[in-house]
Design a protein around this ligand. Structure first.
Ligand code: NAD
Length: 263
């Protein structure tokens, strides 16, 4: 299968690092015009230049905006009037005991993980429906099905994304617009490295070893018994954004190495 996204305009939110970066690189390698996003203008510019260097001739631009606020999302909409592909990847995570998670934290998780995608989809899907072609992907998590007891606030926000994607897919019924969620398992991203940085510095263990150990202890049902790479997640996202994936919509596609213990 040869995936050709030439001429398609794609935005990947939160893509200067981590899973978002690999998705952006994968879409650009398939010919899409890619818009990177992060919070700091200098970091976004550096990422744009890096991707242009790595993929000679790739059409890459950037927009700096904090997507945890309505104002930040509006900044993106003002800068990028129309899209064919929207990947809602922005999301925060981290363990915190349920009894210590206050309203402000719940609100922050919902604004960043859920409302960013609500706001962007509300605007960009209208143009996609008018043109009768589009791809919207939410990067949810296996934690949206398999809610971790130590990250309930996170898991609930990821469940909301799966529900949102399903509803939006139905809204686009009969059109050439598909909406799906992709559910990674533990993935060796910059965010994951940050989450375990103290342990890495304290024990001198590599991030990969810590990641594999985390999977075996905390996600013991994993069939692959190791942490995933960001590229493994990106491959699924690039496929689901492709013209070939036209009959896949409204579903939660797992790239979790088998963590969720159902068929
Ligand atoms: P990450 O922390 O490595 O991502 C870093 C990127 O996020 C940077 O570009 C940073 O600028 C950007 N970012 C953070 N907050 C932002 C905001 N408010 N506005 C704009 N950009 C922002 O993250 P990751 O681990 O690659 O995770 C990406 C997505 O995948 C998240 O939605 C996460 O919930 C999901 N996910 C991650 C894992 C994992 O193990 N890493 C597993 C399942 C799901």
């Amino acid at each position: 299968m040869n995936i050709d996204l030439s001429g398609k305009n794609a935005l990947v939110t939160a893509s200067t690092a981590g899973i978002g970066w690999s998705i952006a690189a994968g879409l650009a390698a398939s010919g899409a015009n890619v818009i990177l996003n992060g919070r700091k203008p200098e970091v976004v510019q550096a990422a744009v230049e890096k991707l242009r260097r790595e993929l000679h001739g790739a059409n890459v631009e950037g927009v700096a905006a904090d997507l945890s606020t309505a104002k930040g999302v509006q900044g993106v909409i003002d800068a990028v009037p129309s899209l064919d592909i929207l990947v809602n990847n922005a999301g925060i995570f981290g363990p915190e005991p349920f009894f210590d998670v206050d309203d402000a934290t719940w609100e922050r998780y919902f604004q960043t993980n859920v409302m960013s995608g609500v706001r962007l989809s509300r605007y960009y899907m209208q143009g996609m429906l008018q043109r009768n072609w589009g791809r919207v992907v939410f990067i949810s998590s296996e934690s949206g099905l398999n809610i971790p007891a130590d990250m309930i606030h996170y898991g609930v926000s990821k469940t909301a994304q799966i529900a949102l994607a399903n509803g939006l897919a139905k809204l686009a019924a009969g059109s050439g617009v598909t909406v799906n969620s992709v559910l990674p398992g533990p993935t060796l991203s910059d965010g994951f490295r940050e989450m375990v940085r103290e342990q890495h510095e304290r024990e001198g263990t590599s991030y990969e070893e810590i990641g594999n150990d985390f999977v075996r202890k905390e996600r013991a049902t994993s069939i692959i018994q190791r942490i995933s790479s960001t590229e493994e997640i990106a491959n699924m996202v690039v496929y689901v954004c492709s013209p070939q994936a036209s009959a896949t919509t409204g579903v939660a596609l797992r790239v979790d190495g088998g963590v969720v213990n159902t068929w």
